[in-house]
Design a protein around this ligand. Structure first.
Ligand SMILES: NC(=O)c1ccc[n+]([C@@H]2O[C@H](COP(=O)([O-])OP(=O)(O)OC[C@H]3O[C@@H](n4cnc5c(N)ncnc54)[C@H](OP(=O)(O)O)[C@@H]3O)[C@@H](O)[C@H]2O)c1
Length: 283
């Protein structure tokens, strides 16, 4: 049985490969990456490294693959929706027997702007007739950790999330779930909503960061328009400023607050908490 992972030179795909190596021999694994030089370590371990870019469908080689872990691409939505559909088509043409796709929470009904790409990709996978598993990943804890050190310097953590809560989850737990799903049976045409064990607010995040570092930190919520202007001013590309603002405004509305049991069931334990993630990042 061959399992191929895309995005294996990225964060989630890389972690998934690590968890897969704990479960299957390297000879049963393949990766499809844009830049093979970034996957030299994987080749050294005996993994079949194939060059492939979703935006160049002719480059994609999924022959001999039983299960594809299709990690969603990054970049502007109009580009990645076409690219991801092309990857699905290439998998179907190559006779892949199952596609596990990393989607987003409630993809088919979510008001999040970024959900459209995932909903369209899920639909395309269903229409391809290839058996699938949708791994609907909640927002990563890691998204909310990187700016904490600067916020701690200033004493304020600025968001547009109001009192909204989010059931975020550690990337590594999602990678573990993906590795379990592609190496075990019983996930055919299943959709998993993979969230953290509890929903937290950004007031709480500031309090956790203050507690673990001993430095004062206050959460300040501003209107979405103000946040977006600040992100653009800081030099973020327009699509990213829009994306981040949309996510935060949706957090304020409670879009990402629902806690689901699927992840704990799949990995056999509670997911890593936001408290632990903050501690690991800051201490
Ligand atoms: N749930 C969340 O909070 C969250 C947050 C951010 C992103 N995401 C989504 O989840 C995915 C995985 O997250 P991550 O943290 O691993 O992101 P990441 O580190 O940015 O990895 C994205 C991977 O996608 C690959 N990729 C991008 N465009 C591609 C293309 N046209 N063809 C083939 N591969 C392509 C990248 O290749 P290279 O290694 O060559 O760059 C990279 O390996 C992201 O791509 C995004 O769709 C989710």
């Amino acid at each position: 049985m061959t399992i191929l992972v895309t995005g294996a030179t990225g964060h989630l795909g890389g972690l998934a490969v690590r968890h897969l190596l704990d479960r299957v021999p390297a000879g049963a694994l393949a990766v499809s990456v844009r830049d093979t030089t970034k996957a030299a370590d994987l080749a050294e371990r005996g993994i079949d490294v194939r060059q492939g870019d979703f935006t160049k469908p002719e480059s994609l080689r999924f022959d001999g693959v039983d299960t594809l872990l299709l990690v969603s691409a990054d970049g502007p939505d109009d580009v990645r929706v076409v690219a991801q559909k092309a990857a699905v088509d290439a998998a179907a043409r190559a006779g892949v027997k199952r596609i596990a796709y990393t989607s987003v929470s409630d993809a088919s009904v979510s008001p999040l702007g970024l959900a459209k790409v995932h909903a369209a990709t899920e639909e395309h996978i269903k229409a391809s007739g290839v058996p699938y598993t949708f791994l609907r990943n909640a927002m990563y804890h890691e998204n909310y950790l990187g700016t904490l050190p600067q916020s701690l310097e200033r004493g304020t953590h600025v968001t547009a999330t109001g009192t909204g809560r989010i059931a975020s989850v550690g990337r590594d737990d999602l990678a573990l779930a993906a590795a379990i799903v592609v190496t075990t049976d019983g996930h055919e045409n299943a959709t998993y909503e993979l969230t953290g064990a509890r929903a937290w607010s950004f007031d709480e995040l500031a309090a956790i960061a203050a507690e673990v570092t001993g430095k004062p930190l206050k959460h300040v919520s501003v209107p979405g328009s103000e946040l977006q202007a600040g992100l653009l001013g800081a030099g973020l590309p327009e699509f990213l400023a829009e994306l981040f603002t949309d996510i935060q405004v949706n957090i304020a509305r409670g879009t990402l607050a629902e806690v689901r049991p699927d992840l704990a069931r799949l990995i056999g334990r509670e997911p890593v908490s936001i408290e632990q993630a903050v501690r690991d990042a800051l201490v």
